[in-house]
Write a protein that binds this ligand. Structure first.
Ligand SMILES: Cc1cc2nc3c(=O)[nH]c(=O)nc-3n(C[C@H](O)[C@H](O)[C@H](O)COP(=O)(O)O)c2cc1C
Length: 192
């Protein structure tokens, strides 16, 4: 079993984010090779980064940073569920990433994004650059939901297709593959 954490990256009231985040969380949770957990940034409730020391030193002073550190450290891989705000990811997700460093290192990450015609892909392209700096391995597999508002029913619920579920399984498969191998590599590196 690998420990995969899904980060819900929007903190807006009535956000769409929680729908794709819950969808991918349920698909991950249903698998026998994944222990899944949903990290909702509304509940994590981090203020704008206010630690004095750079995160690479791991000298955390606030309880919320220490708690966030533990939550991220115990994961073997991640799925960032991101909105696209002004052609990038949300400030909330970037802020949550910036809080930590080593906790992200040598772990795979994939993405679920949504938005207008580009399906949030510009936010994901920025996240890929960020992932490199925090020594994560960003997977090619990702899910995009373009013009998601065209697929909402009268209750505001998104209808996920079988094709999207199939793509999600391919993404989870790849995430498990790399999470296992990177866990081994990470433990070898960090025991030195
Ligand atoms: C500040 C802001 C900027 C936005 N910029 C973009 C954008 O660049 N590209 C896009 O596809 N949608 C953009 N949108 C529309 C979002 O895709 C849409 O509001 C979506 O519901 C936001 O995700 P959330 O509801 O989970 O917060 C923007 C929305 C906001 C609030």
């Amino acid at each position: 079993m690998v420990n995969i954490k899904i980060v819900a990256g929007s903190t807006r009231p009535d956000r769409f984010n929680i729908q794709p985040a819950t969808w991918i969380y349920n698909l991950a949770k249903a698998r026998t090779d994944i222990h899944a957990e949903l990290l909702d940034l509304i509940e994590i409730n981090l203020p704008l980064l206010d630690e004095a020391a750079p995160p690479s030193l791991g000298k955390y002073t606030h309880e919320y940073t220490k708690k966030w550190s533990v939550a991220v450290k115990e994961a073997d891989g991640f799925i960032f569920v991101t909105p696209e705000y002004n052609h990038s990811t949300s400030a909330a997700l970037k802020n949550a990433i910036d809080y930590l460093f080593e906790e992200w290192n040598y772990k795979p990450v994939s993405f679920v994004s949504y938005g207008s015609l580009a399906g949030g892909s510009r936010a994901v392209e920025h996240l890929r650059g960020i992932a490199a700096e925090i020594k994560m391995y960003d997977l090619r597999e990702q899910i995009m939901l373009p013009n998601y508002w065209e697929h909402l029913n009268d209750k505001g619920q998104y209808t996920f297709t079988d094709q999207q579920a199939k793509s999600a399984q391919a993404m989870l498969e790849s995430l498990v593959f790399w999470a296992i191998r990177m866990k081994e590599a990470r433990e070898a590196l960090q025991s030195k």
